[in-house]
Design a protein. Structure first.
Length: 314
């Protein structure tokens, strides 16, 4: 237990020990005893110290290596194995004492430090989970800030969408700046016509590349009987409930990451992964049918058979 000594007590003690000593004067005895006991002079007596114990709020276990410091000053200390700390040479007055430890919420107290005495302040820290910022995958080899990347990256978070959607195309519709989503065909397997910042080529496909969990998905257009191109979309094979987020890379700079085929942009889809907890199962079933009408009937002339092949009758 630390004991506080005032300068007057040290002077009286020095005078008592110096009495009967012929070799040393009273002044030299006072200085010698003050130096041996580490007692400060009157100019230094305006300072005090802070001490206390840091424990876990739930278990009461002593917390070691916790950082205890006075806000706005360079004074601080670390707790020892017993959870105790000591900060010396603290100016007298009111101070804000703060404790920080990784994995625990920071705690603060307002303390009043008296001249030449030690002030006790104990802390109980509550455990808290570490919160990290979101990570955006850009495809570059190293880390880079979004504003330093030459590509325009948009992100759609599925958990922020409240209304139900029927497909991936509806997830992107009106949620990505510069993206045009158009459903123009009823062919089986066909998907929406997607344009990011308009058309980029008059000869090549203007459909963006699609990556699902880092794997390239086939999205080349197919030609119908009359020569019109109809994009086959792998987005129809995905359940919107299985998607975690969608990232869209726009701009010609995307070709430096994915090659010349990415001139129209890139759509990256990240599906959900497993987590801690009890297993859960979700089942969903759908049914439907489509068939072609007999050829050559009065209702469907031969000249309109191309529409029968393309759209059919449902």
């Amino acid at each position: 237990m630390a004991t506080s000594w005032s300068f007057a007590q040290a002077q009286n003690l020095a005078n008592g020990n110096a009495a009967g000593t012929a070799t040393l004067s009273a002044e030299r005895a006072q200085a010698s005893l003050a130096a041996s006991l580490g007692i400060s002079t009157e100019a230094e007596a305006v300072q005090g110290s802070l001490t206390g114990l840091v424990t876990d709020a739930a278990s009461g276990r002593a917390m070691s290596a916790a950082q205890v410091f006075i806000a706005g000053t360079g004074l601080g200390s670390l707790t020892n194995a017993s959870g105790r700390y000591l900060i010396v040479n603290v100016p007298a007055g009111q101070h804000t004492l703060r404790v920080e430890l990784i994995g625990y919420a920071a705690s603060e107290q307002t303390v009043n430090v008296s001249e030449g005495s030690a002030t006790a302040a104990d802390f109980q820290l509550e455990e808290v989970a570490l919160a990290l910022d979101e990570i955006v995958v850009t495809g570059t080899a190293g880390q880079a800030r979004r504003r330093e990347v030459g590509n325009t990256i948009a992100q759609v978070k599925i958990d922020e969408i409240a209304e139900p959607v029927a497909g991936i195309g509806e997830l992107l519709q009106a949620r990505v700046t510069g993206a045009r989503i158009q459903f123009s065909s009823g062919n089986s397997g066909s998907g929406p016509d997607i344009r990011l910042r308009g058309n980029t080529s008059t000869a090549l496909s203007n459909q963006p590349l699609i990556y699902i969990d880092g794997m390239r998905a086939k999205s080349e257009p197919t030609s119908s009987q009359n020569g019109a191109e109809d994009p086959y979309s792998p987005l129809n094979d995905l359940n919107p409930d299985d998607i975690d987020r969608i990232e869209i890379v726009k701009g010609p700079a995307a070709t430096t990451l994915y090659g010349s085929e990415a001139a129209a942009g890139v759509i990256q889809i990240f599906t959900k992964s497993g987590g801690n907890g009890a297993p859960q199962w979700t089942a969903e079933t759908q049914q439907g049918y489509a068939y072609f009408r007999p050829f050559g009937t009065d209702e469907v002339p031969y000249m309109w058979l191309d529409q029968v092949f393309r759209n059919g009758y449902r």
